[in-house]
Structures are given as C-alpha cells and as structure tokens.
Write a protein that binds this ligand. Structure first.
Ligand code: HPA
Length: 277
C-alpha cells in the first residue's frame, strides 16, 4: 500500500468512528498530554483501533485522538505523537498530521518539549516557533508527491503563519506568560546531542532542539494548513548545564509548567478559532 492509500484507509477508519469536524488540530508533546483534561471531549479514537496507524512507543506518550471543544472551538488533539526514532518512515510519522488536515482542521498548533540551545533560555520557558531547521532529518515529502494534498516543490518561506504567531504572542502577553521566540531544529534522536553538536546547532541558528515537529509542520504546510507551534524548554541542551540529561527531567519540567502551558494553549486555540471564523 502506498502512502496515499494508507492515509485514505486510516481516514476512512476514523470517519467510521466519529463524524466530528475539527477546526483546529493540536499535537501534544512529551509530558504535555495532561492538556487532554482541558478538552470537552465528544469522541476518543485510540490509535491502536485504526488499522495501519503508526503507534507511539514512548513513555509519557499516550496514543489517541481526542475530539472535542476547547473554549468553544472544535478541535482534534493528538495525545501522543509518533517519532522518526521509533523506526517509522517519515511518511508514517506525518500520517496523523495529514489525517487531521483531511478531517477538516484548517490550522495546526504544534507543541513539544525541547532542549534550549539559546543561553538566554531557562528550563520551563515557552518558545514560540518562528522558523525551523529540518535539514538533519529526511523530508516527509520524499517519495511520489500526493498531488491531491499539495505541490511537488512547496515554498517554505512562511511555514509558521504570521497571523497565528501574532495571536499566540498577544495571548501570552494578556495572560502574563513569558514567551521566548526562536528557531526549532529537528534531529533524529533518540540520543540527546553531544556538547559539540549543540554548539554546531547554535552556530547554525537554532534556539531549541528536539526530535519532532518540523516534519509535521512541513507536511501540514504542504497541504495548506496554517501552522504554528510552541516549545516547552524542558532542559538546557547538553553541555550547557552540569547535570546529565534524562527523559525524566524532560517530563518533570513539563509537569511543573503544565498549568501555565494549559492556559497558553487553551487561550491560543480560542484566538486561532476567531481568526479562522
Ligand atoms: N535535545 C533534543 N530533544 C529534546 C531535548 C534535548 O535536549 N529535550 C527534550 N527534547
């Protein structure tokens, strides 16, 4: 089965389970799945019940779509995403993103836990993603182009929608939430970077490092969704602090700031919903 056939099969399977039409798609990052409680859920679809769907194996990542309302806006949230380092092809990693677009979501709000490479960042900061560097991971668009989704050679000069970025900025300011801004760089993982790699990434212009997000942004932008993203800086990248990095630290920080994160994401969804009206 090719990528398009697989996507359409998964789409059909989800549509059989719910007719809910989301306006905004949300991907919840490592340790940020607690946002699920904020959703006035109308339907839940477990990834394992979608035939052919890639399933996340990472601790701290549940595996389901939650359909429902946040601040009155119809959304679909992914509680648990799939990562390239789990061994899936990049086309499978972005299948859920494309599926949410085909279900009707006009905008995608990406979240993740990321390592800070910028010396002015602190663990627990939030960073609005202004642009990304995806050159270290395979493109999700490799392979036969799915013409029904988008063009073979899509422009990437404005992946992160300026109007949505402004709405998130404004939302953070109104709620007295400090918001950093910067460039997200995606690496394959699963190992954290070496200090030399972190220096390289910083020299290339990266402010935050992670193992997701940019591929999903590319796939969503390719099919015409409006994209925005927020990183939770869960730790300083390797070599920037004296303690070794662990996945537990990533989760601990996400837990510590989850109340603020929930507020920022919920209010941002409300603002994005208004823009899409
Ligand atoms: N590097 C890469 N990915 C990450 C990190 C990091 O330091 N923290 C959370 N995700």
């Amino acid at each position: 089965m090719n990528t398009e056939e697989k996507l359409m099969k998964c789409l059909g399977c989800v549509k059989e389970k719910t007719g809910f039409e989301p306006k905004v798609a949300l991907i919840l990052g490592s340790g940020l799945g607690g946002f699920g409680k904020k959703i006035d859920a109308r339907a839940i679809v477990e990834y394992k019940d979608i035939e052919g769907f890639p399933i996340s194996t990472v601790l701290g990542h549940e595996g389901r779509f939650i359909f429902g309302y946040v601040e009155g806006v119809p959304i679909v949230a992914m509680q648990g995403r799939v990562h390239y380092y789990e061994g899936y092809a990049m086309s499978d990693v972005v299948l859920p993103t494309r599926l949410m677009g085909l279900l009707g979501a006009k905008a995608l709000l990406l979240t993740n836990a990321a390592g800070g490479a910028n010396f002015s960042f602190r663990p627990g900061d939030f960073m609005l993603i202004r642009d990304h560097i995806a050159s270290f991971v395979p493109s999700p668009l490799v392979g036969r182009n799915i013409d029904s989704l988008g063009t073979r050679f899509p422009d990437m000069s404005h992946i992160y929608d300026e109007e949505l970025c402004s709405a998130i900025r404004k939302t953070a300011a109104e709620n007295a939430i400090h918001l950093q801004e910067g460039v997200y760089l995606q690496l394959t993982g699963p190992q954290f970077e070496t200090p030399a790699e972190v220096r390289m990434c910083r020299a290339l212009g990266a402010d935050a490092l992670g193992m997701s997000t940019a591929c999903e942004a590319i796939a969503a932008h390719h099919m015409g969704m409006r994209v925005c993203g927020i990183s939770c800086i869960s730790n300083l990248a390797c070599g920037m602090s004296s303690t070794p990095l662990t996945h537990a630290e990533v989760q601990e920080t996400a837990d510590r700031v989850s109340t603020q994160f929930t507020k920022l994401v919920a209010k941002s969804i409300a603002a994005i919903g208004q823009i899409l009206d």
